[in-house]
Design a protein around this ligand. Structure first.
Ligand code: F6R
Length: 366
């Protein structure tokens, strides 16, 4: 049932090209240059009249929400707030009938997310669900939704659910951008073409597995780890850190790269691995100067760069190359090596990768 892989997590990491294609199926129609999403189209008025979108979720799904915030604001020009469901539900939040709430959940059973939905509905908001498990409580409780179609995710650490959540939310943002006219039809067409190439790029990228394993060998005894990213890749840094914590029990923190100087830089010494996402279009020069700051404090740098990069290669201890793409879509690529890195470190530390201690696949109690 693990399809020849040692763990479900590794199988699910490798399933991502297929999972993303399944998420596109029937929705991303490149030849016609359209995106079809019934759940969005049937409720277009709600989306177009929305003062703002509030995203509620927990854990990895919350990270997908953060990526979506950048994408929705860029493409569809709708203000977005992203909230931990557990905070939102107990804060007496200001919600009106002009709010659209998007709830993201792999399992569709997370207690806090479900409670946040009920609260938003009671205040008259329109609630849209992005779930993986068909017929789950959240899928039933929401007014409309779009499934991720990732297939069953067995490993407790979320992988393909995360990338397919981002995929669905990206399709939504593009669909709304067309409806609102915030993106020209030629740009829209270009974005669709780029998006369609993502699964094959992920496929290619998965070949870095052995290289990532070699890097993992050198850091398996680390006790701390810092992840930095900026823009679309700031949430990926958070997700990379969460993955490492969950399955290898190494303390890790994710930070927006520019925030490093406001505190975490104090932690950097020759025993601190720092994973930096430095894609060519993502505030590149600024991130390169962060890398120099880490280097001058003897931190160990593992950099995720775009193919063809030269500057970072000269300074970093290790580089992992990802295929070139539209920056807004790069989280679907940069996430992959971070998943593999935490997987290999955890395996080498003899951790129970698929069922890490103290964690459950769906958190049905608050
Ligand atoms: C991370 C992880 C958790 C879940 C969180 C939300 O790998 O598995 O952080 O992402 O418990 O779960 P769902 O998406 O099912 O609501």
């Amino acid at each position: 049932e693990k399809g020849g892989y040692d763990h479900f997590m590794l199988k699910e990491i490798h399933e991502q090209p297929r999972a993303i294609r399944d998420t596109y199926r029937g929705r991303l129609l490149r030849d016609k240059a359209i995106i079809k999403m019934a759940g969005v189209e049937d409720n277009m008025k709600k989306f177009l009249n929305a003062d703002r979108i509030i995203i509620v979720a927990c854990g990895t799904s919350w990270h997908a929400g953060l990526v979506a915030e950048y994408i929705f604001e860029e493409f569809s020009r709708i203000p977005v707030e992203v909230e931990y469901a557990s905070e939102f539900r107990y804060r007496n939040p200001v919600i009106t009938e002009k709010d659209v709430v998007i709830a993201i959940s792999q399992s569709g059973e997370t207690a806090d997310t479900l409670a946040a939905i009920k609260l938003a509905k009671s205040k008259g908001a329109f609630v849209f669900g992005v779930c993986n498990v068909v017929g789950s409580s959240i899928a039933r409780e929401t007014d409309a939704g779009a499934y991720t179609h990732a297939g069953p995710e067995i490993g407790v650490a979320s992988t393909k659910a995360f990338t397919t959540q981002i995929t669905v939310l990206t399709l939504m943002a593009l669909r709304l951008a067309r409806a609102k006219g915030t993106m020209s039809s030629s740009d829209f067409r270009l974005h669709i073409q780029e998006l369609e190439l993502i699964p094959q790029k992920v496929e290619q990228l998965l070949k870095v597995d052995e290289h990532v394993k070699d890097i993992a060998k050198q850091y398996l005894l680390s006790t701390n780890c810092l992840y930095l990213g900026r823009g679309y890749n700031f949430p990926v840094a958070l997700e990379g850190a969460l993955k490492l914590k969950e399955i290898s029990y190494i303390h890790a923190e994710g930070y927006p790269a520019a925030e490093m100087k406001h505190g975490p830089i104090a932690l950097i010494d020759d025993r601190m691995p720092v994973i930096v996402i430095a894609t060519s279009k993502g505030h590149y020069e600024k991130v390169v100067s962060n890398i120099q700051e880490i280097k001058s404090r003897k931190g160990k740098i593992i950099a995720i760069v775009t193919k063809g990069d030269t500057a970072v290669k000269e300074i970093a201890d290790h580089v992992i190359e990802i295929p070139e793409s539209e920056e807004a879509f790069s989280p679907l690529l940069t996430t992959i090596p971070l998943q593999l890195l935490s997987y290999h470190i955890a395996v080498m530390r003899n951790c129970n990768v698929d069922q890490p201690r103290n964690l459950a696949k769906s958190v049905t109690v608050e």
